[in-house]
Write a protein that binds this ligand. Structure first.
Ligand SMILES: NC(=O)c1ccc[n+]([C@@H]2O[C@H](COP(=O)([O-])OP(=O)(O)OC[C@H]3O[C@@H](n4cnc5c(N)ncnc54)[C@H](OP(=O)(O)O)[C@@H]3O)[C@@H](O)[C@H]2O)c1
Length: 116
């Protein structure tokens, strides 16, 4: 019972990849989930399991994790952590406001947070 297991979603790039790299450097066992398999150099003491799963199919992913946990030696883990990081940030789009006004005079409605 001396290893830390971290299951991290969205680990193929961005924040998830960076967190996975840091966890591996701290000798965690990292289960890295994304559609594209996570590829990272694994330092001594760390262990990386890159699973290619689409979390839009959550039941299949949950079953895969459940099966793996059932086969793993539970007494091996000092801690088990889930970092549910997967997601997408859509690119910034156009402002939806009909008109953007700029205050040039002191605003009488400032206390009500309205523009003059
Ligand atoms: N970056 C920001 O400024 C910011 C701000 C606020 C919140 N966040 C949140 O922080 C998290 C990470 O952001 P990020 O900038 O690192 O995003 P990112 O670079 O776009 O990475 C998103 C990760 O999620 C995975 N992913 C997306 N859809 C998936 C699916 N259906 N199944 C499995 N994996 C999936 C991607 O892998 P695959 O494409 O290989 O599947 C990728 O590894 C997101 O939840 C985001 O909403 C980010």
């Amino acid at each position: 019972m001396n290893q830390h297991l971290t299951v991290i979603t969205g680990a193929s790039r961005g924040l998830g990849l960076a967190m996975s790299r840091q966890l591996l450097a701290q000798s965690h066992v990292v289960v890295a989930i994304a559609r594209k398999r996570t590829e990272l150099p694994v330092p001594p003491g760390g262990e990386l399991l890159g699973w290619s799963l689409d979390l839009a199919e959550p039941l299949a992913a949950a079953r895969h994790l459940e099966d793996w946990l059932a086969k793993s030696e539970v007494t091996r883990w000092a801690s088990v952590t889930l970092i549910n990081n997967a997601g997408v940030v859509s690119p910034p789009g156009r402002c939806q406001a009909r008109r953007v006004r700029t205050c040039r005079t002191p605003c009488a409605w400032a206390s009500k947070r309205r523009c003059c």
